[in-house]
Design a binder for this molecule. Structure first.
Ligand code: 2HA
Ligand code: ZN
Length: 274
């Protein structure tokens, strides 16, 4: 038995929020992350046993009833989470009717979950249909990804091909490509629904002029996915800084060979026909 604040879950969220901040992806209160936990994950903690507050979720999350989400707070700074996790993080249990969030731990100075909590929960629901190990949704503001949304057509095939061709690693890490939604107002159920819709086909969804949503089975995996997309976008920016002229590139045949070699299935819609 121990206290939840000393758990590997809190420690890892602290590490990931600090790493994301240090990458420059979370100015001020930018970014949010949620980690799904179950009764079994929490049975060893003696301070997870009562409901401290009940919050309105604003949509029907019944598919997640009884599940717990360790989530960053609205208005909180990723930079600070490591120093005050009991204030900037909360552990929320979804009520049996799916309408409420029950605060079981954290947000000790009155905090509330991120404004993007509905988007997170909707994305968890969408991904759980494909992967019962789905645990993490992460949102942040990676600079080069956002910059691309000004200079490139907002087209999934174009973005996926561009990012795949910036480095050999891209196709291996996101062989399905990246999803894109139109610019929408953040913090609304509408952007959450549009994001979750895309999460049926992709694990990365770009929010033009704003940032990125990435999902995974672990914090490391979701973070690494975002890191790889942002690295590809950074290389594109650097190509621009070197004059912008591309003299040679990874060909579609080489992408096919990559997929074969690493045992992944590249989204066929995003490759040219042989
Ligand atoms: O958490 O990033 O999109 C603040 C945001 C909202
Ligand atoms: Zn944001």
């Amino acid at each position: 038995m121990g206290n939840f604040i000393d758990s590997k879950y809190v420690k890892k969220i602290c590490a990931i929020t600090m790493a994301s901040y240090q990458h420059g992806w979370d100015e001020r209160n930018g970014g949010n992350v949620s980690l799904r936990l179950t009764d079994a994950d929490l049975q060893d903690f003696n301070d997870i046993n009562e409901v401290h507050r009940v919050l309105d979720l604003g949509f029907d999350a019944q598919k997640l009833a009884g599940q717990y989400f360790l989530v960053t707070g609205t208005g909180r700074y990723f930079r600070n989470v490591i120093d005050q996790p009991n204030l900037d993080l909360g552990l929320i249990r979804i009520s049996q009717d799916g309408q409420k969030g029950e605060l079981m731990w954290g947000f000790e100075d009155g905090g509330q979950p991120t404004s993007e909590f509905p988007s997170h929960l909707m994305s968890h629901i969408a991904r759980l249909q494909f992967d019962s190990n789905q645990r993490v949704v992460m949102h942040c503001h990676p600079t080069n990804v956002i910059a691309l949304s000004f200079t490139q057509d907002l087209d999934e095939r174009h973005w996926s091909r561009l990012l795949w061709k910036m480095q050999a690693e891209s196709l291996v890490v996101f062989p399905e490509g990246v999803g894109l939604i139109p610019y929408m107002t953040p913090g609304t159920n509408e952007i959450g629904e549009a994001t979750a819709q895309k999460m049926k086909d992709y694990r990365v969804v770009i929010w033009p002029h704003h940032g990125i949503f990435g999902v995974g089975t672990s914090l490391d995996e979701a973070f690494g996915l975002i890191e790889t997309v942002e690295k590809a976008a950074l290389i594109y920016s650097q190509i621009g800084a070197q004059g912008g002229q591309i003299k040679q590139e990874i060909t579609d045949d080489q992408l096919r060979q990559l997929a074969k070699s690493f045992g992944v299935t590249a989204n066929p819609q995003f490759l040219t026909n042989k």
